[in-house]
Design a protein around this ligand. Structure first.
Ligand code: CA
Length: 237
C-alpha cells in the first residue's frame, strides 16, 4: 500500500508513556514525532504540521495548557489531552480551551487508537444528517436523524423533544466527551438559567428508556465531573 502516513505529534515528558504511545502508533501506520518539553512541542507542531497531537498537561518547562492555547492560536489540528486521574477540572478547562478530547492514564492500545480515529474523523467529515439513512448505529441502537426517530432493534423509543436533542447531540459526537456546560449551552442556549441537575434528570429518563440496566449504561457513559460520552458509531467506521 502506498497510502500516505498520518503524522502524530506526542508531547509527553514521561519516557515510558511516550515510548509506549509511539510504539503503538508506529505499529499502526502513523509517522511519530516525540517531544519531551512544551517548547519543543510547539516548535514541532509549527514545523511538521501534524495530523493529530497528543498532549500531556504536566510538562517540565511550560504548562501543557499554555502549549494547547499556543497551538490553538493558529491550528485546528485535533488535540487529545493525556491526563492523570482525578484531574476533572483540568480536563474541562482543556476542552474549553479547544482540546478535542482527553484520555486518562493508564490507557490501553485500543482506547488510544479509538480516540485518535474519532478525533480525526470529526475534523475531516462532520456527520451529515441528510443522507436519508440512519447515521448513528451501535449495538442495536439506531438514530434516524432525518426522521428524528430512535430505535432499539425494531422497537421505537419515544423521547421528548429535549431528550431527543440530548441523544442526537451526543450521537453526532459519538466517541467524544461533551462537557456538561457544552451540552447545556447547546440545548438550553447560552443564557439559559439552568444547571447540571436538569441535565442529570433528562439523562436518567433517557437511560431508563434506552439502557437495559441504567446503572451500567452501554450507550451513554458518564465521565465523572466532566460530561457524557456516547458509544462510538459503528455506521461511520
Ligand atoms: Ca508529565
Amino acid at each position: 500500500m502506498s497510502e500516505l502516513k498520518l503524522t502524530a505529534l506526542i508531547i509527553e515528558d514521561e519516557e515510558n508513556i511516550g515510548n509506549f504511545m509511539s510504539a503503538i502508533l508506529k505499529a499502526n501506520g502513523y509517522k511519530v514525532i516525540l517531544c519531551a518539553t512544551g517548547e519543543q512541542g510547539i516548535q514541532c507542531a509549527e514545523s511538521y504540521c501534524p495530523d493529530i497531537i497528543l498532549l500531556d498537561l504536566g510538562l517540565p518547562d511550560i504548562d501543557g495548557m499554555e502549549v494547547l492555547k499556543e497551538i490553538r492560536r493558529w491550528a485546528v489540528t485535533p488535540i487529545i489531552i493525556i491526563s492523570a486521574r482525578n484531574l476533572e477540572a483540568e480536563k474541562v478547562s482543556a476542552l474549553d480551551a479547544g482540546a478535542d478530547d482527553y484520555i486518562t492514564k493508564p490507557f490501553g492500545n485500543e482506547e488510544l487508537l479509538a480516540r485518535i480515529r474519532t478525533a480525526l474523523r470529526h475534523r475531516r467529515q462532520p456527520l451529515q444528517a441528510d443522507t436519508g439513512t440512519p447515521v448513528y448505529c451501535a449495538k442495536g441502537l439506531k438514530i434516524d436523524f432525518d426522521k428524528r426517530r430512535v430505535f432499539i432493534g425494531e422497537k421505537e423509543i419515544r423521547l421528548t423533544q429535549i431528550e431527543y436533542k440530548l441523544v442526537s447531540l451526543l450521537a453526532e459526537n459519538a466517541g467524544r466527551v461533551i462537557t456538561y456546560e457544552a451540552i447545556i449551552r447547546d440545548i438550553w442556549g447560552p443564557h439559559a438559567d439552568t444547571n447540571n441537575q436538569i441535565l442529570r434528570v433528562n439523562m436518567a429518563n433517557i437511560r431508563r428508556k434506552i439502557e437495559k440496566n441504567p446503572a451500567t449504561p452501554q450507550y451513554i457513559f458518564t465521565e465523572v465531573g466532566v460530561g457524557y460520552r456516547m458509544l462510538e458509531n459503528e455506521f461511520s467506521n
